[in-house]
Design a protein around this ligand. Sequence first.
Ligand code: HEM
Length: 324
Amino acid sequence: MAASLPMLNPPRHTRERRSLGSLFPHKSLATLRPFIERAADRLLDEFTEQLQHGPADFNTLVSEELPVIAIGEWMGLPAADYELLRTLTHDQVFAQELFPSPSQLALSDGATRQLRHYFAELIRERRAKPGIDPVSGWLSTWDELESDRHRADKAVHGLALFMILAALETTAHVLSSAVRLLLEHPDQMEYLRDHPQLIPAAVEEALRYDAPIHMISRIAPADTDLAGTLVPAGQMVQLMVGAAHHSPDQYPEPHRFDIRRRASHLAFGAGIHYCAGNALARLEAAALLTSLLRRPLRLRFSTPPRWAPRVAFRRITSLQLALV
Ligand code: HEM
């Protein structure tokens, strides 16, 4: 992970980030939008069908599915691999947690090895048969940047692998979290049903209220004065995004979920490392809530939601819902 985009400094970071181009320019989002809307509709159709037989897990059936379908379509990955990629990202993330146990780190190492192998194969395939997908595009960009093809392949390998890690759990979390928060605030859910133009604002409030990434790490490059506290060179600082989002200095009544708040937040980070995939995540969340609220479905929790015991990367593991 030490060589992944968020851990790099300029000039290496500038070079790698620029090589990606704009990941989701207006044109490619416009192409993806109908695909994602159809996928959200289909997943909710299937979820509704399951509900006819009793409680169903929104998290597994919908929230974990949509991000892998979206990223898989965008990167041109076979649907048969989605399950594997989802499992490997869940296992890999322990390496980025605060205090992973030795067994969690071993699981993470194994997942990283498998992901490396998966993306090495993908690079080989795209070299042999380039397409119009982003991985093929990055390969041709890196062929211009690097005279050594092996180094070009290595750079794209790292970027493509990181993209999957960055995209799956984070987006799945905001999907489940938005639905959970709206169910806990039925008045706001009903208001949103009547005012769907507020859906993007509701997504932002879900990102503020329960940010998928609660903690961002940085290392001070030199002795740094951080709001009156000296951070010595080389020391790691954990930026507690989740706490910042609930600071009364920034947000009036911070613990109140309020889709009309319209406040900025740090869920996608800030500065040069600002999330490159934010537009895709926002599109998925808005598409899902739009499709959900258009339906005459009235839902309730059948059992309380469950979370993985983590600090940095939030993960809802179960969101069992039933018909009212
Ligand atoms: C709700 C979903 C998402 C959240 C909350 C999220 C959050 C973040 C955060 C906090 C960072 C900055 C990390 C840091 O400063 O150390 C980041 C970076 C990044 N994200 Fe996301 N992300 C999401 C979805 C996505 C998706 C869907 C993609 C790709 C399609 C993506 C790709 C990236 C990349 C490439 C970076 C590295 C940027 C850089 O270092 O220059 N993210 N994300």
